[in-house]
Design a protein around this ligand. Sequence first.
Ligand SMILES: *Cc1c(COP(=O)(O)O)cnc(C)c1O
Length: 366
Amino acid sequence: MTSLGDLPLRDDLRGREPYGAPQLDVPYALNTNENPYPPSERLVKALGEAVMDVAGTLNRYPDRDAVALREGLAAFLNADTPGAGLTTSQVWAANGSNEIIQQILQAFGGAGRTALGFEPSYSMHPIITGVSGTRWVNAFRDDDFGIDPARAIAAVEEHRPDIVFLTSPNNPTGTALPLAAIEAVLDVAPGMVVVDEAYAEFRRKETPSALTLLDGHPRLIVTRTMSKAFAMAGTRLGYLAADPAVVEALLLVRLPYHLSAVTQAVARTALAHGEELLGGVDALRRDRDDLVAWLRGEGLRVADSDANFVLFGTFPDRRTVWEALLERGVLIREVGPPEWLRVSVGTPGEMAAFRTALKEALKESL
Ligand SMILES: *Cc1c(COP(=O)(O)O)cnc(C)c1O
């Protein structure tokens, strides 16, 4: 038997753990911020037909540049953010926004370069950064999980990062950033600024998207995904909007034909049914606000959320609470600052199960 330690693995990968949110078969999976509403029967049929249509051409490579899909994504963003005025050449797509982030690091990071983020935030930013051989610097969020612009400017000026990551709404805290904080970073950043907007569709009406800042900021990249609000996590489709020159840079590092014909066809069909897929977002927003109010009513601390999940605490031993929930079939996420837990907003039935289980868990852990 060979063990990992026997292999000539890169030194900087030794001792690392693979990404591992538990994938358990439980009645109530509220741990990965998916949209709980599956596609309707009508959409399932349309998706099946789209796959049938490409099935007969699978002997051929797909469109390497995914032009038709990017046209659809640009149209979606222009509808989402009036005034964005995006063209197809400003939009790029890959297998999940994780692959988008990986391509950004391959093009703009690498050995001798630095990426900076403000944690607690999305754990894949430092992981993908590290795997690309880029140095990671954590500049920390404030106690309320926001980012003070003056402190952000100081951190960027001190470390001169090649890439800055800003996540808004932030995972796992739910915190949305005001545009002023993003503009402050853009003003001083010497390299690329990535605003990860994986949860943008859940943001409050008064929270603007960083897409509105693209004009005049050629080093700004806004990333999005179909995995969350769009209810298509299984499709693996992430995308970005940026200056056309940024897309040109990513063409240098992407693998040829990285997006399969099946992925492109399914994503285009999903976009064509966007209204239906996003139809649950308003209800999820409402249920999120109800959940925040309920948790506060139970005497817990809760971070304000612009996303489809809620970070709550604080528990001196969060593991006990997490396990007590799991015993009752409710899987949430042990993530973020040490005394907090994160729960995704599910269906009303799933939320009822969560509330019952949490009440029991809290009583038990007293
Ligand atoms: C879930 C998530 C993503 C993305 O995922 P993909 O499924 O790879 O598109 C990206 N950023 C943040 C902050 C997320 O929470």
